[in-house]
Design a protein around this ligand. Structure first.
Ligand SMILES: [Zn+2]
Length: 295
């Protein structure tokens, strides 16, 4: 497994994460190398990231900073070990990301506590790191600027590489969700839609997403393809709205199952992520909140 060239100065390593992959992106610049996201755990660092860095010809001195697109376990699970291995590498976060990077397990447990009967066990191996640098909104770092991208979660950002017009979107643009989620995942539909608008206005020339999302894919490589990618994400939210209106009041778990079935997704082992999306639609202004089925 090695870093594949995405465009000038940007390389991507798609590390394993269960049945899907999670991207670790390497950005080369005058100020050394920047990594964005770190995969799911120590094992990813040991068996994928380190050999790939070696193959790429980068060593500890080249690794100047580590950023993340958001603080879910599949994106920051390697942060702790990478910092142990490269102590001079700066951990750079946004203000919103700082507390969750410091204690990702707490957050991982919290999002599994809303629907315990439908949730996967917490990722107890997750360890936190202290931030070396906290960016103000819009502050640039090594040719990258953070674009607020709430919706999937409140600490999501897209990293815009200005020289190439590449938007490193993490999970901010969900397409139809990953294979293992069943459907797109967002905690806040209003925020997600605003993110889609913001991303459209940026007019990126390329999109590099963290996962190979159903319907939208893992990347887009022209301005027109970027617009189509974002349109696809928007159409998905509209389709979910339509289906949820149609099926009426069935309670969150049943609605999540129907949504997955009707949109052709694979039924996940745990339903909690899809249930967050259903609730995001229920809480949105134009839909009445339905009663949740009690646990
Ligand atoms: Zn993810």
């Amino acid at each position: 497994m090695k870093f594949e060239r995405f465009c000038d100065h940007i390389h991507v390593l798609r590390t394993p994460f269960g049945a899907v992959t999670s991207a670790v992106t390497l950005v080369e610049g005058k100020e050394g190398c920047t990594l964005i996201d770190s995969g799911a755990n120590d094992e990813t660092v040991r068996s994928c990231i380190l050999p790939a860095l070696r193959e790429f010809g980068a060593d500890g001195r080249d690794m100047r900073r580590l950023l993340c697109t958001h603080t879910h376990g599949d994106h920051i699970g390697g942060h702790f070990m990478l910092k142990q291995l490269f102590p001079d590498m700066e951990i750079v976060v946004t203000e919103r990301q700082a507390p969750k990077v410091a204690d990702p397990l707490l957050y991982n447990i919290r999002i599994r506590s809303v629907y315990p009967a439908y949730s996967a066990p917490p990722s107890y191996g997750l360890r936190g790191v202290a931030a070396d640098r906290v960016l103000m909104e819009g502050e640039r770092v090594a040719g990258l600027v953070s674009v607020p991208a709430a919706g999937h979660d409140d600490d999501c950002v897209g990293w815009l590489h200005e020289a190439s017009g590449t938007l490193i979107s993490g999970d901010a643009l969900q397409g139809g969700g990953t294979e293992t989620q069943g459907i797109a995942l967002y905690f806040d539909l209003d925020a997600y839609r605003k993110t889609l608008e913001r991303m459209e206005k940026i007019g990126a020339e390329r999109i590099l997403a963290a996962h190979d999302f159903r319907l939208a894919g893992a990347q887009a490589e022209s301005s027109a393809a970027c617009r189509a990618y974002i349109d696809c994400c928007r159409a998905v939210t509209e389709e979910y709205d339509r289906i949820l209106h149609e099926i009426g009041s069935t309670g969150t778990p049943k609605a999540a199952e129907i949504l997955i079935e009707r949109t052709g997704g694979k039924m996940p082992e745990y339903l909690f992520l899809a249930m967050y999306t259903v609730d995001a639609h229920y809480s949105c202004t134009n839909m009445k909140r339905k009663e949740k089925v009690s646990q």
